[in-house]
Design a protein around this ligand. Sequence first.
Ligand code: ZN
Ligand code: ZN
Length: 123
Amino acid sequence: MEGYKPCVKCGLNYSERHHIIYKSSAKYMEFIPINIIYLCREHHRGNHSPHKNDKINKQYKLDFQRKLESLFIKSNYNELEISEILEVNIKEVMRIVKTLKYYEEGYRTRELIKRCLGGMFYD
Ligand SMILES: [Zn+2]
Ligand SMILES: [Zn+2]
């Protein structure tokens, strides 16, 4: 909910929801909690915000990639494991893995992370 969480940058309470990976590039990431951060108006839309500054935008995405890499440490995962790690239901997981190949050992972590990032890596 807007306004109820503090800005992750400055702690101000009147914050807005920001999708690190934009809905326009990955609609399936819209309801994934770790893809959502709260930013005050200034840190969300001001000059030093991800929407106005490419470098800042890229930094948030890179941090998100690092976070995913720290969460997914095995080489393969199945749907249930992904749902537990991302704290979402299976339906949301199915939207993410829809285009991924399921191997005998599960989805490949590298492909899964890339998909969570909207189809590209940031390092
Ligand atoms: Zn702020
Ligand atoms: Zn935003």
